[in-house]
Design a protein around this ligand. Sequence first.
Ligand code: GAL
Length: 597
Amino acid sequence: MGWNSWNAFRTEVDEDKVMGAARVLVDSGLAKLGYNHVNVDDGWWLKRRQSDGRLQIRTGIFPSAATGGAAGTSFKPFTDKLHAMGLKAGLYTDIGRNACSQAYDLHSPNLPQGTTAEREVGLEGHVEQDINLYFKEWGFDYIKIDACGLADFVPGSKLVKDQDYRALAPLIDRSAINRTDIGAVRSRYEAVSTALKAARPNNDYILSICAWGMANVRSWGKDVGNSWRTSSDITPSWTSMLHNFDSAAKRPLYAGPGHWNDPDILHIGHEEFDAEHLVEARSHFTLWAMINAPLLVSYDLRNGPASLLGVVGNAELIRINQDQSGHQGVVTYDSDDAQIIVKTLGDGSRKAVALFNRSASPAPVILQARHLKLADGVAIVLKDLWSKKMLTFSGEHAFTLAPHETLVFEATGKRQLENGFYLSEIPGAVNVAVDGTRQAELDPTIHRMIDPWSGTRSSGSRAQYAGWGGAQADATPYGQTLQIAGQAFDSGIGVLSNSRLQVINASAHAWLMAAVGVDDSSANTGQAVRFYVYGDGRLLAESSPVTLGSKATPITANIKGSKIVELVVRDAKSGTTLPVVATWGDVRLVADTAASD
Ligand code: GAL
């Protein structure tokens, strides 16, 4: 949580603006609520000094950096000031040689200056040097690492010629995953992660990967960084907010404590999310809170209206977002019109639920106990986290949501599963070690907005982000209802064959139980698969081979004492390229087998 300069000022950032934001964070109480990072985005640099490769800061806009001496410039006085205010300091760089502003903000007064080499301010060739400078010498706590350097400086392009940049054959092709070198992009970020671990062995830093959902980062970001952008830049429009939300909302199993899906910094305070659009601003904030997105406010806090502080300062929603268990909200009712998102809190006795009207018309939304995995016929108490009003119902309750409105409640009731958890209730405890995708496929379910930059100057808006076919909570990898031989499951995990999930058995449950089988939606209809459960590396239970049409097979594993439980599905015979859609129906961790269905 914190503040970022980009949506407020783009490259026209300066020390006064940043320190102004820092002061408001402290004075308004937002810092106490958790907004403690102050992140300087693109625009801070002057050049890379050629005598020793040391980055020089643009002191015209960051006067305290003019420290002189052999170092030339230093951000240490700046980070010292932030630290003295009880805040943390964040900085921006690029994984390639050049940054995004050098491709997209050519009018900017704050572009790096000098020769071609002096203007190479990105990390390429300088990973250790720059990371040590930022983290050991300058004292930063957070780094956002962009990726334009790997995408936009194409040999022979007008940009490269006009600006006299060194070309780099792109490792990321934004419009073609098959022309993107996923392994090379990942290994560059891994090198940064290694340098960071060496620079800050206490692990007291944040690595924010900004590859905009490209290069299959939605699948591997969790293994490399603390957050990873799941989509292109948010703009202050409803349609862009939908697009960015969608890019992260169906990836709950890929996030958890210390590693988060990042649908981008907040655009609250601007255009369709300004003080004249509080319904939309509240929706934007609620949705980011529910899916554990980083909460980085990014408007000019010095001049912001109090009503917006009331939105981003909703302490209850911040508590939901920051809940220590780290379970991202799961979309338990899905449509293009309205969605229901449910997030397990704390020890599981409480849940947060958001009812989200995506559309511009009023939406009828019936919330059912089953959406919450709470028992029917027992009172469910809802506390509205905006109005603070209480409401009690059992079974189901009908709401009418205003256009673009999101209602959000904390819910308590009797859990459907009193003696444990469905894994889809605790996605933060699940790690998708191998998701079984044979090749990166593009996710077609993300809201297709009119591109904010090119408009309709193309044949249309196409799927862009890999990750389709990954593991899903309460749905198949391709977004279908979980179903084995005609038996539908409200709860469960959908995977592909040849996948491996790791589950932290934090509450020391004794049993893992499920009903497993090939999902009725599988396109591979011939292949048999087997399901296996391991505890700390030992095989505990396995199914016989099952094929499409085989009835759901019960599987029960005694996991007493196991810290890590693994759920594996393997093709019975190797050689098929098409994965089998495999369903762990009702998969749950329970204290005893008796009370479970
Ligand atoms: C984009 C990035 C933005 C911002 C900008 C700076 O690539 O997604 O969040 O950092 O570059 O130029």
